[in-house]
Design a protein around this ligand. Structure first.
Ligand SMILES: [Zn+2]
Length: 262
């Protein structure tokens, strides 16, 4: 009888401690929320979080594990510590700063500057301004900031499990198109987007079994080094340059309870 009682007590205690089951609702175009998010440690092998006063580091367990894996792989490749910015809020939903995405715990921003440097101290972690890797005229990369280490970082990120896509400035994508030889299949996941000159935005696919998670259509086949990339540079010659999307959508109704913490 006693062992049974111990077993029951143990299972009750375990249940009380257990993480809420993962539930992801919505996606980048609708807004969304997440239940059961985990917090990325503020630092770990090969990475540091930055802007702790204004960033949020909650994500789906898979997202957190993969960012930690990226740090380990970057460290093994001899790269400086990765600087991690926003992932998501504890229950997702809109983040300050007009982020359209980052609402469901599947997105992470990672600085691209791979200039060798010691780890940042506490003050520098809050005050650092990530440097742009793109020239002010937006037509090419900043040679002083560019190096094979940046290509290594982007490749390590693209080869993480379950990456949906990685957004970078068109000039960064263009440079990869020019430089990468051998296996170019990973370039497919590196997509040009507004901004993203100082950090990349890694988006992971909806985890299995998350039927309410809005999965984007996969990127088109091929390396993307084509007319769709040239389009971005053609826009630079237009009289009014595109400003990018600004409207942050309201999360779906199913998020009300999750965002309220019920
Ligand atoms: Zn982002």
């Amino acid at each position: 009888m006693l062992p049974l009682l111990v077993l029951i007590l143990a299972s009750l205690t375990g249940a009380a401690r257990a993480q809420a089951p993962l539930r992801i609702v919505g996606g980048p175009s609708t807004g969304g929320c997440i239940q059961g998010a985990l917090h990325l440690p503020l630092e770990g092998e090969g990475f540091q979080t930055i802007h702790l006063d204004r960033s949020a580091f909650w994500g789906a367990p898979q997202t957190i594990a993969r960012i930690e894996l990226l740090g380990q792989r970057a460290h093994a490749a001899g790269l400086p510590d990765l600087l991690i910015e926003d992932i998501s809020a504890a229950r997702g939903g809109p983040l300050p700063g007009g982020h359209l995405s980052h609402q469901v715990g599947l997105d992470a921003d990672v600085g691209l500057d791979m200039t060798p440097r010691p780890p940042l101290d506490a003050t520098a972690r809050d005050t650092i301004v990530l440097p742009s890797l793109v020239r002010p005229d937006a037509r090419g990369i900043e040679p002083a900031r560019w190096s094979p280490r940046v290509v290594t970082l982007l490749r390590l990120a693209a080869e993480l499990p379950d990456v949906d896509r990685i957004l970078v400035n068109p000039a960064i994508k263009q440079q990869l198109c020019r430089e990468v030889t051998g296996d170019r299949s990973w370039l497919r996941l590196i997509r040009p987007w507004y901004g993203h000159a100082a950090h990349m935005h890694i988006r992971f696919r909806c985890p299995a079994g998350q039927g309410e998670c809005a999965q984007m259509a996969p990127p088109p086949e091929g390396d993307g080094c084509d007319a769709t990339l040239q389009w971005w540079f053609d826009q630079l010659d237009q009289p009014s340059r595109p400003s990018g999307p600004v409207k942050v959508p309201t999360p779906p109704a199913a998020c009300r309870a999750i965002l309220a913490g019920r």
